[in-house]
Design a binder for this molecule. Structure first.
Ligand code: NAG
Ligand code: NAG
Length: 192
């Protein structure tokens, strides 16, 4: 009994599958929620990808992924349904869904799981409830901080340009002075 409980707790980390009786038949979904960004910055797009993988023996039906973790106070919704419906996920198949949101402010944010509902087989009397994985704690850099970092690279490039300037300016100066000399010379010959 205790062991079964522990198993359920461990399994809950990936998917909540603690039904009363375990049916071996039917669909079984694992849902991963990942953040696909190199930088997390205030007011810039955050790409959230949900990967649904069916490890079961039958197609999952009426799959619904609902993510209530992006409250409108903290996030602007850019694209992708926050409540997505996938009619059918065949066995051994991955289906992905993408949502884009924009954090309204800088600071720490705990990315939590999305809720998943599905029917394990055609004649399943009730829907299976599951949860996606949790990306966990993240930090959104303020736009100012990010911009400072970015513009420091611009300064680096400007410094590089200034340093390479003499190597361009010296030949130009030489060419220019010889051109002037030549012009003076040709003017002088015209007068004669
Ligand atoms: C489905 O995704 C999982 C995890 O991302 C991966 O290990 C597996 O190879 C994928 N399977 C197929 C059939 O694409
Ligand atoms: C993030 O949220 C999850 C689920 O609510 C919680 O278990 C976890 O402890 C939280 N992590 C942090 C660092 O607050």
């Amino acid at each position: 009994m205790k062991l079964h409980f522990l198993f359920c707790v461990a399994a809950a980390a990936l998917v909540a599958v603690c039904g009363e009786e375990e049916e071996s038949e039917g669909a079984r979904l694992l849902v991963a929620k990942h953040i696909h960004n190199k930088y997390l910055v205030e007011n810039m797009d955050v790409i959230v990808k949900y990967t649904v993988y069916n490890t079961g023996s039958a197609a999952a039906l009426e799959v619904e992924i609902t993510d209530n973790s992006f409250d409108p106070d903290n996030f602007a919704h850019v694209s992708g349904e926050l409540s997505a419906r996938i009619d059918r996920v065949p066995p051994n198949t991955n289906v992905t869904h993408t949502v884009v949101v924009r954090p309204r402010k800088a600071g720490y944010f705990n990315f939590t799981s999305a809720e998943v509902l599905y029917r394990r087989k055609d004649d399943a009397p009730r829907l299976q409830v599951a949860a996606s994985s949790e990306p966990g704690l993240a930090y959104f850099t303020s736009y100012k901080e990010y911009d400072k970092k970015f513009s420091s690279h611009v300064i680096d490039w400007a410094a590089f340009a200034v340093m390479t300037l003499p190597s361009l300016a010296i030949p130009f100066a030489l060419w220019f002075s010889s051109k002037r000399k030549y012009e003076k010379l040709s003017k002088g010959t015209k007068k004669h």
